[in-house]
Unconditional design. Structure first.
Length: 771
C-alpha cells in the first residue's frame, strides 16, 4: 500500500493557526494550478488542491484550513471553514451554540430564542467522493475563491449568516488514482476511460454507501470531526451522473424516503431543491431535473437525514473525465421521472444538446452550490428554527402526526453469541451519536428476563431516529411500474438492519420498567481474529482481482485486512498459469458478473495488456487447481460463472425468471444451516443472508453436492427489505460445497461479507476459506 506520510507531516506544521502579520494577495485557482479550473484535459493533483487551500488560508481571514487526519493511503484529508473573519475568529463559540441548538436538553431555561436568533447556518459541502466525477475535484477551488473574495450581496449574506464547511474531496486518494491514470492516457485511444482499478483502495464507488457503518477512514474522519461536532443543517454532496440524460439532478427525490426521517427534514430539502432550480433557471441554465432517478431510502448515503439536517445531492452530467463530449439532442435518453427531450413540470427547460465539457460541469456545480448557499443564507432564521424543532421533537419522543408509534427503547442483552459484532454494532451507534445506556437492575420486559447491565437505547434522544432506522427491520413498499406490473427498482438496496447483519439479538419494547445509567463511554473496538487464519500464511489464500474493477473485491480485502488474514491478489494472467496449485490452497472469487469475470473490462477501451478476463484458459487452470486439491470460494454472482465455467452439477433456479416474478434488490433473507456440515461449526448466530441479484441453487446431480444452507421450505424467507416471489426460493440452496477431484468449490448464493457489515455470516466465509 502506498503511503503519503511526507506530505501529511509537512501539512501538520503548515495547518497550525498562525498569526499572519501581512497577508499575501488572495490567489486565483489558475495562479496556483497553472491552468484555468475547468479547462479541457486538465485535472489538478491532490497536492495542488491542498496547496491552493493552504494559500487561501494564508491570504484571507475568511477561510481556515484544517487537516482532519490521514486517508486510507496516507494523504492529508482536509476541510476548510469559510465565513466572515469575525465568525472564523471564534469558531468554538458557534460550535457551542450549535450544540445547544442540536440537543434541547443542554439549553438553559429561556435560552432558545436567543440561540435561534444568534445561531449560524452550518452548511457542509462535500465533493468528489466518486473520483471519476472529476468536476467535483475542480469546483471546490472555484467556489472557495468566490466565497472568499465575492463582494456581491449574496456573497456577503452567505459569509454573514453561514459557516460553510467545505471538504474538497471525500476521497483524496482517488483524486490521484483517477488523475494519474487520466494524465498517463491523454492522447491515447483510451483517454477518458475509467482506471482499471478501484478509485477508493477498499470500497471503490461504494465509498458513499458507508454513512451508517463507518468502516472507512474517510467516513470516520468526516463523521467524527465534522458531523458530530458541527451538526450541519445542510449537507450538499456534489456528484456526477451519466453523460446523456439531464444536465443536473437536484432534489426533491423520488419516493420512497426512509420512514424514520423527520418530515421537517424532507420539507426543508424539497423547498431548498426547488429554490436552487429557480435560481439556476433564472440564470439561463437548462436541463435541470427534479423528482428523478434518486430516492432517500437508505441511510448509507444520508447521515444528515437522521441528525437534524438535509442531504442535498446534486448530480451533474459527466464528460469523459476532463475530455469534452459531443451529445446530439437526439441521443439524449429518457431517465426515470422525465424525458430530457421533453419539457415537463419537473424538467422545465430541455438542454439543446451539443458539446459538454469539464468547464460546463464546473459551471453547473458551482452555480448549484452557490444557489444553495445564497438561498439558505437568506433563510438563516428558518433553518436554525427548523433544526431546533427537529431536535426538540426527538428528545421529547414527539413524532410527527401521522407517523407510527415508536417503541420506547431497544434492548440489547450483554450475552450475545459473539462479542465482536456486538461491540462493532454499539460503536456504530455511538459514532452516530446515539446514547447507549445500561439497565441498573434486572428486569422483565415482554415476558423476557433481562440482567442488570443490559444495553438500552432509548428512542427519545437526539438521534433516536438513527438508532431506530438501524435497529428495526425494513418494510420496503411494494412499488410497481404500473398496477400488477414489474417492480419499480429502488435506487439502492432496501435493507440496513444491523442486528440481522451482525447476528445480534435485539428487542423493541413499548415500555421500560427500570432506571438506566448515564450514556456509557465509547465501547472499545472488538478484537477481530480468525483462529488458524489470522496472522499466519499457513493457508495460502488468493483473492481474484479483475481489470473490470469490482467493488466486492475491495470489500473482501477490507474484511481480510481487518481480521489480519494474509492473502495474495491474483490477476487474470496468473490464473491462466497452470501452476496455481503450487502457489495457493484457496482462491476467492468476489461478487462480479459472469460476463466481466469471463471477458474482463468489456465496456472500456483499454490497452491490450489490460484486456480479457479469466477466459476459457483461466477456467481450465482453475479446474485443474481444484482437481489437484485446491478450494475455490465464489461469492454471489461469481457463483453463476463458476457453475458454467467449471461445469458444476448445479443450476440457478432464478435463471431466466423475470423481475415481475422474482425480485430482491438488496434484502436480508433467513436461511437454515445443515448443522452436520464442517462449514458451519463456528456459526453461532441465526444465519441471515444478504441477497442482492443473487442466484439460488438446485443440484442436477446431488452425488457431489452438499447443501450447507438453504432457504426455508415452509415460509417466505424475507426478514428485512423487499422480496417479490419468495416462493421461488423455498427449499432452494443458498450455500453449497461441491466436491470435484481432490478439491472443493464452495458457492455462496449471497454476499457473506456485504460491505463489511454482515459479521453474523463471516464465520461461514472463514470456514470456507479454511476448507
Ligand atoms: Zn457519484
Amino acid at each position: 500500500m502506498r503511503r503519503c506520510t511526507a506530505l501529511l507531516a509537512a501539512l501538520s506544521l503548515f495547518a497550525a493557526p498562525g498569526a499572519a502579520q501581512e497577508r499575501p494577495a488572495v490567489p486565483t485557482p489558475a495562479s496556483v494550478l497553472g491552468f484555468e479550473p475547468g479547462a479541457d484535459r486538465k485535472l489538478p493533483s491532490w497536492a495542488q488542491v491542498v496547496d491552493y487551500f493552504q494559500k487561501l488560508d494564508a491570504a484571507s481571514p475568511r477561510i481556515r484550513m484544517r487537516v482532519l487526519g490521514a486517508t486510507t493511503l496516507g494523504r492529508p484529508f482536509i476541510a476548510v471553514f469559510i465565513g466572515d473573519s469575525a465568525t472564523l475568529h471564534d469558531l468554538p463559540k458557534w460550535r457551542e451554540i450549535q450544540q445547544r441548538l442540536a440537543d434541547a436538553r443542554q439549553r438553559r431555561p429561556g435560552e432558545r430564542d436567543s440561540l435561534v436568533m444568534n445561531g449560524k447556518l452550518i452548511v457542509l459541502v462535500t465533493s468528489s467522493i466518486h473520483s471519476d466525477e472529476v468536476g467535483g475535484i475542480v469546483t471546490p477551488l472555484v467556489l472557495a475563491h468566490r466565497l472568499v473574495t465575492g463582494e456581491d450581496p449574496d456573497a456577503r449574506a452567505i459569509r454573514a449568516n453561514t459557516i460553510v464547511i467545505l471538504v474538497p474531496s471525500l476521497n483524496p486518494d482517488g483524486v490521484d488514482i483517477v488523475g494519474d491514470w487520466y494524465r498517463a492516457t491523454l492522447g491515447t485511444p483510451w483517454e477518458g476511460s475509467d482506471p482499471p482499478r478501484l478509485y477508493h483502495w477498499y470500497t471503490g464507488h461504494d465509498n458513499n454507501r458507508d454513512w451508517y457503518a463507518f468502516t472507512q477512514a474517510e467516513t470516520q474522519l468526516t463523521v467524527d470531526s465534522l458531523h458530530d461536532l458541527w451538526h450541519p443543517m445542510i449537507v450538499n454532496d456534489i456528484h456526477q451522473q451519466d453523460i446523456d440524460g439531464g444536465r443536473i439532478f437536484i432534489p426533491p427525490y423520488l419516493d420512497p424516503f426512509e420512514p424514520n426521517i423527520d418530515p421537517i427534514v424532507m420539507a426543508a430539502l424539497d423547498q431548498l431543491g426547488l429554490a436552487i432550480t429557480w435560481r439556476m433557471t433564472a440564470e439561463g441554465k437548462t436541463g435541470i431535473a427534479n423528482f428523478a432517478t434518486y430516492d432517500a431510502w437508505t441511510p448509507s448515503r444520508a447521515f444528515a437525514h437522521y441528525h437534524g439536517g438535509v442531504r442535498l445531492l446534486t448530480e451533474t452530467a459527466s464528460a469523459r473525465l476532463a475530455t469534452p463530449v459531443d451529445i446530439p439532442f437526439d441521443s439524449l435518453k429518457p431517465q426515470r421521472g422525465f424525458d430530457p427531450k421533453v419539457a415537463s413540470w419537473n424538467f422545465l427547460s430541455p438542454w439543446p444538446g451539443g458539446r459538454w465539457t469539464l468547464g460546463d460541469i464546473v459551471d453547473y456545480q458551482t452555480s448549484a452550490t452557490w444557489a444553495l448557499l445564497a438561498a439558505s443564507a437568506r433563510e438563516r432564521g428558518a433553518w436554525v428554527e427548523s433544526f431546533a424543532t427537529i431536535g426538540e421533537r426527538a428528545v421529547l419522543g414527539k413524532r410527527a402526526p401521522g407517523r407510527e408509534k415508536w417503541p420506547a427503547a431497544y434492548l440489547i442483552p450483554m450475552q450475545q453469541p459473539d462479542q465482536a459484532p456486538l461491540r462493532a454494532m454499539l460503536r456504530i451507534l455511538q459514532r452516530g451519536q446515539v446514547e447507549v445506556r445500561r439497565a441498573t437492575s434486572p428486569f422483565i420486559a415482554n415476558r423476557v428476563r433481562y440482567s442488570a447491565g443490559t444495553y438500552v437505547v432509548l428512542t427519545d434522544q437526539p438521534y433516536g431516529a438513527f438508532a431506530k432506522a438501524l435497529l428495526e427491520a425494513q418494510r420496503y413498499p411494494d412499488l410497481r411500474e404500473y398496477p400488477n406490473g414489474p417492480p419499480r427498482a429502488p435506487y439502492d438496496v432496501t435493507a440496513h438492519t444491523l442486528p440481522l447483519l451482525m447476528g445480534i439479538g435485539v428487542a423493541a419494547v413499548d415500555s421500560f420498567p427500570v432506571t438506566t445509567s448515564e450514556p456509557i463511554a465509547m465501547v472499545p473496538p472488538p478484537k477481530l481474529e480468525v483462529p488458524g487464519l489470522s496472522g499466519t500464511t499457513a493457508r495460502r489464500i488468493g483473492i481474484y482481482r479483475s481489470n473490470a474493477a469490482a467493488i466486492d473485491e475491495g470489500w473482501t480485502r477490507w474484511v481480510f485486512d481487518q481480521y489480519h488474514v494474509p492473502f495474495t491478489t491474483v490477476v487474470d494472467r496468473e490464473l491462466r498459469d497452470s501452476a496455481l496449485r503450487s502457489r495457493f490452497d484457496v482462491i476467492v472469487l468476489p461478487d462480479q458478473s459472469p460476463r466481466e469475470l469471463q471477458d474482463g473490462a468489456v465496456s472500456e477501451t483499454y490497452p491490450d495488456s489490460l484486456k480479457g478476463g479469466i477466459g476459457d484458459a483461466g477456467a481450465a487452470a482453475l479446474q485443474a487447481f481444484v482437481n489437484d486439491g485446491g478450494t475455490i470460494v465464489a461469492f454471489n454472482d461469481a457463483s453463476r460463472w463458476a457453475i458454467t465455467a467449471l461445469g458444476l452439477p448445479l443450476r440457478d433456479v432464478l435463471d431466466g425468471v423475470s423481475a415481475k416474478d422474482f425480485y430482491a434488490p438488496g434484502s436480508l433473507l433467513r436461511v437454515e444451516l445443515d448443522r452436520e456440515s464442517p462449514l458451519v461449526k463456528t456459526m453461532v448466530s441465526h444465519p441471515v443472508a444478504w441477497f442482492e441479484h443473487s442466484p439460488a441453487f438446485e443440484a442436477t446431480d446431488s452425488t457431489h453436492v452438499a447443501v450447507v444452507a438453504r432457504y426455508p421450505a415452509g415460509e417466505d424467507p424475507l426478514v428485512s427489505g423487499w422480496l417479490l416471489g419468495g416462493d421461488k426460493l423455498r427449499g432452494k440452496a443458498a450455500l453449497v460445497d461441491v466436491t470435484m477431484g481432490k478439491g472443493h468449490v464452495i458457492l455462496f448464493g449471497f454476499r457473506p461479507q456485504y460491505r463489511g457489515q454482515s459479521m453474523g455470516m463471516f464465520p461461514l466465509m472463514w470456514e470456507a476459506v479454511g476448507r
